[in-house]
Design a protein around this ligand. Structure first.
Ligand code: XMP
Length: 319
């Protein structure tokens, strides 16, 4: 794309001018916005950039490894993989209120990010994937996978607190333009087309108390569900699809035995911006096949529900 190619060169020149020979840090989530920001910065200033990927233990199956591998293999940028899952899951023990979950995660995210940032000598700038819609409208999150520290964790004021100046190269772009720029920068299509994933991650897909046990079951079930969606060629038609593990056990029969396991909710919606959404009209065949696969392949689930609530009145996430 010629226009985006020119824009890319212009951005790189601007970043170099703003940053000079100083150090920049960037929080990578694996979402499109933060990824494009990181890669653009890396092109502009190379080793003056350090990215921090905070693993809060609430990511999907193999997600942390995939994100880190993608960046290490393709871009060779300075990347710290901060595995802080014990810290986050410890703090979330016994917490079931959705807003307390979000606040707990948001606060810890800042502490952790600050801890790693402090180790980078002379860091003066923080790079964020703020988009144009975030600029004109200060909503708490943009509905996309954007992981600006502000929007992702619903907490502003971090750069000020840390005494950092902001670098926001995507400030003039809309989401589809960021995707085009991402392609231009060589990000794989599979990465660019990923469904939005909320900052608090699986915490809000595990209504009620979060346990490692439930998270492990949820990860496996979600992976089977997404695999089904991809196999049926439906992934790109859907805005967001995910499984949630319900805080209830129900009785079932398997072979000669009685089971007493968790119930799973499947969610899939179409949407333009995440503000309103329609539930996705899967066929009964698809739902039946998916339910069978999940129950056969995932120990700990013996019942599957499909959520046919649109937004409003429902929200996309369950919490
Ligand atoms: P809801 O559930 O509010 O979700 O209909 C709308 C969009 O926002 C995402 N979402 C979040 N994103 N932090 C985020 O970064 C959050 O706390 C959060 N809650 C919801 C959700 O995945 C959907 O895309």
């Amino acid at each position: 794309d010629w226009t985006m190619g020119a824009y890319r060169e212009e951005m790189i020149a601007k970043i170099r001018e703003q940053v000079g020979d100083r150090q920049v840090i960037c929080a990578l989530s694996g979402g499109v916005d933060s990824s494009v920001t990181g890669i653009l910065l890396h092109e502009a200033i190379g080793d003056q950039l350090t990215c921090v990927f905070v693993d809060h233990g609430l990511l999907r199956l193999n997600e942390a490894e995939q994100v880190v591998k993608m960046f290490r293999d393709n871009y060779n940028l300075n990347l710290i993989h901060a595995d802080e899952s014990d810290l986050f899951l410890g703090a979330l023990e016994g917490v079931s209120d959705p807003e307390v979950k979000r606040k707990t995660i948001g606060k810890l995210f800042i502490d952790v990010f600050q801890k790693y940032a402090d180790q980078i000598e002379g860091a003066e700038f923080l790079a964020q994937g703020t988009l144009y819609p975030d600029v004109i409208e200060s909503v708490s999150f943009s509905g996309g996978p954007s992981v600006t520290i502000k929007s992702h964790h619903n907490v502003g004021g971090l750069p000020e607190k840390m005494g950092l100046k902001l670098v926001e190269p995507l400030r003039e772009l809309f989401k589809d333009e960021v995707r085009t720029l991402g392609r231009e920068l060589g990000l794989p299509d599979s990465f660019i087309g990923r469904h939005p994933f909320p900052g608090p991650g699986l915490a809000i897909r595990c209504p009620g108390e979060i346990t490692r046990d439930k998270l492990e079951i949820l990860r496996k079930a979600d992976a089977v569900y997404i695999d089904q969606i991809r196999k049926h060629g439906l992934y790109d038609e859907i805005w967001q699809a995910f499984a949630a593990i319900l805080p209830m056990r129900t009785v079932g029969v398997m072979g000669d035995g009685r089971t007493y396991d968790y119930a799973l909710a499947l969610r899939a919606v179409t949407s333009v911006d995440g503000m309103t959404a329609d539930y996705y009209p899967f066929t009964h065949e698809f739902l039946g096949e998916t339910s069978t696969r999940i129950i056969n392949e995932v120990k700990g689930i013996n019942r599957v529900f499909y959520d046919c609530t649109s937004k409003p009145p429902g929200t996309i996430e369950l919490e």
